[in-house]
Write a new protein. Sequence first.
Length: 124
Amino acid sequence: MSHIPVAALFAAGLAIASPAVAQDQKDESFQVGVASWYGQEFAGSITASGEPFRPGALTAAHPSLPLGTEVKVVNMENGREVVVRINDRGPFAGDRIIDLSEKAAKVLAMRDDGLAKVRVEPQQ
């Protein structure tokens, strides 16, 4: 009977298990839910990051992602996407998962509707 060092078995197990773990982590790294947007009525208001809110910037409010995080937001109704930077906290209404700047809402073609089902995925 041959003996295989435990370290080799452990390393082999990691090599086999790693893709599944990475996939699980990737699958958990995005959210799907409702997005809303905010615009001119909040222009100049100080955001959680300390900077003034600019409706023409590609920014967003999220309840828990670190400030400064860039996320890709995909409108699941039309496939349009945009990358925004989290600079504020919110949304504070209903079951919404992200509040977008007016410019981001325009890029996603959801400005007129006000709400859209989106996928939010942090970028590396």
